[in-house]
Write a protein that binds this ligand. Structure first.
Ligand SMILES: NC(=O)CC[C@H](N)C(=O)O
Length: 235
């Protein structure tokens, strides 16, 4: 079977086309979905892409989290469908309470763009099984509101339950608590991350990486993981 992965476009989405392309390069069929609709077109997995939905007004992701399609996203997530939020999509997932904590302005108050080293902390989620536990990957980061926050109790819980999916390595680029770059829900089907895997899927177009690493295409593993999850589920 060919997995069908929906990419939802919100007003102000920027990376929806890149996410569709990444889905295709990873071996699935991308399906364009619209924020104002209640129709998921029968997709097997969902991507909430990066960008500046509603101009980041109120808080990044806060208005998009109330979009009509988010009702279906929540239902699908509750049924175990793989859901990925990338950057602005991650912000939407925390605003929609599908992931714990919050994302605030980078500690240095600047928008940043860098090729970011990450460690895969949990290789047992719907979006990370193609990696090894503890594997180092490089994925581009570009945002203004990437600072992860949570109260002490929540932080203890996400650490204790293995819900930290990715951690920043080398530098903490934005002041995120515990160097948290990405999270999963308890069930492991919903994942959000600040860096952009859809920008690391083609040799020569992704981040510059040491030769020993996979030519800047580490992002492919994220999409390939969900495809494996969908195919395994169907078998
Ligand atoms: N690249 C993005 O998705 C950016 C997300 C959000 N607009 C921010 O600046 O934090």
């Amino acid at each position: 079977m060919t997995a069908r992965i929906g990419v939802i476009t919100f007003p102000g989405s920027l990376d929806d086309r890149d996410a569709q392309r990444a889905v295709r390069l990873a071996g699935a069929e991308p399906v364009a979905l619209w924020h104002g609709s209640h129709d998921l077109h029968g997709v097997d997995a969902l991507v909430l892409p990066g960008g500046f939905s509603y101009g980041d007004y109120l808080r990044a992701g806060a208005i998009a989290a109330l979009a009509p399609i988010m009702t279906e996203v929540k239902d699908a997530a509750a049924k175990g469908m793989p859901v990925l939020g990338i950057c602005n999509g991650f912000q939407m997932l925390v605003e929609a309470h599908l992931l714990p904590g919050g994302l605030i302005r980078n500690a240095h108050q600047q928008f940043i763009r860098r090729d970011q080293r990450l460690r895969v902390e949990n290789a047992d989620t719907a979006w990370t099984t193609e990696f090894e536990q503890g594997q180092e990957i490089i994925i581009p980061l570009k945002n203004a509101d990437g600072g992860y926050i949570a109260d002490e109790e929540t932080l203890k819980r996400v650490e204790g339950e293995g819900q930290v999916a990715f951690r920043y390595l080398g530098v903490n680029p934005n002041g995120s608590l515990n160097d948290i770059a990405g999270l999963t829900n308890e069930r492991g089907n919903v994942v959000g991350l600040m860096p952009h895997p859809e920008h690391a899927v083609e040799p020569g177009f992704g981040p510059a990486t040491p030769a020993a690493m996979r030519s800047g295409t580490d992002g492919l593993g994220i999409f390939a993981s969900a495809i494996s999850a969908v195919v395994a589920q169907a078998a």
